[in-house]
Design a protein around this ligand. Structure first.
Ligand code: HPA
Length: 276
């Protein structure tokens, strides 16, 4: 991107924000990005307004089956927020800055927090399909970063601290809620690769030895942008399949979508109780 394109990116984000604020009629406090199979979460919203990505100026359009590309805005217990149903992945061919465009636009709308969820493969041998993992930390195995570039619109925050990139404060709140609700919460490190292939056995062994607990193809670019923009982040992986070293199995997209739904009820409870 040259400096004209940088200005264009920034003014596009401003235009998108203005469009969204006009449509919503109020400032959202949070942006929630939901991963594959979790579409039902939008039903939590009262006074829900839906906008298709294709109708939002400058928004990229999602191309993956199971990611429909809709922004839902409304309230939970009076608390205004927006939910992105469908996100943009590097494996679709987007530039990292396109992937994080919604975060930049939502920041321009005034959001303070990013809640992010993803379907992930279990690397930790103790994990089961349907588990929810609170993301405590991540490993960027994508070798791509939306903050790179001297002309980067996010470059005023060039060297963000990552020690609290998943807010310890928000994590404490959610642990308390999980305890009250009797929901088992795993915790761990999310490793992101670009995909779109699932992992080889040797990659699984390597990821395990690196300290990863779950692997997926999203989230890290968005969290990097959120860190640069100084947003508080709360992240969850729901375990849609578990990698077992030496076992005879295939991983399929259909299985990932189907199993993601197993975690929906518990995630719904965790989210809903945050706003009580
Ligand atoms: N690997 C990568 N991404 C994923 C997986 C996986 O096993 N499951 C869901 N998303």
């Amino acid at each position: 991107m040259n400096s004209n394109q940088t200005n264009e990116y920034q003014s596009s984000a401003q235009e998108t924000a203005q469009f969204l604020l006009d449509k919503m009629g109020e400032k959202p406090e949070e942006l929630l990005i939901i991963g594959s199979g979790l579409g039902q979460l939008v039903e939590l919203l009262e006074d829900r307004k839906m906008l298709r990505y294709a109708d939002i100026p400058h928004f990229p359009v999602s191309t993956v089956v199971g990611h429909s590309g809709e922004l839902h805005c409304g309230r939970i217990n009076g608390y205004p927020l927006c939910i992105m149903k469908g996100r943009f992945h590097l494996y679709e061919g987007y530039h990292p800055r396109q992937v994080v465009f919604p975060i930049v636009a939502a920041h321009a709308c005034g959001i303070k927090k990013l809640l992010i969820t993803n379907a992930a493969g279990g690397i930790n041998p103790g994990f089961e399909v349907g588990d929810i993992m609170l993301i405590r930390d991540h490993i960027n195995w994508m070798f791509k970063n939306p903050l790179i570039g001297s002309d980067n619109p996010l470059s005023s925050y060039r060297f963000p601290d990552m020690s609290d990139c998943y807010s310890r404060k928000l994590a404490r709140q959610i642990r308390d809620i999980a305890l009250q609700e009797g929901i088992m919460l795993r915790e761990g490190t999310y490793l992101a690769s670009t995909g779109p292939n699932y992992e080889t056995m040797s990659e699984i062994a390597m990821m395990r030895s690196m300290g990863a607990d779950a692997v997926g193809m999203s989230t890290v670019p968005e969290v990097l942008a959120a860190s640069a923009l100084q947003l508080e982040v709360l992240g969850f992986s729901y375990i849609s399949n578990v990698h077992r070293l030496g076992a005879d199995y295939d991983t399929t997209h259909e299985e990932v979508i189907r199993n993601a739904r197993l975690a929906t009820k518990n995630l719904l409870s965790l989210f809903q109780k945050r706003y009580v």
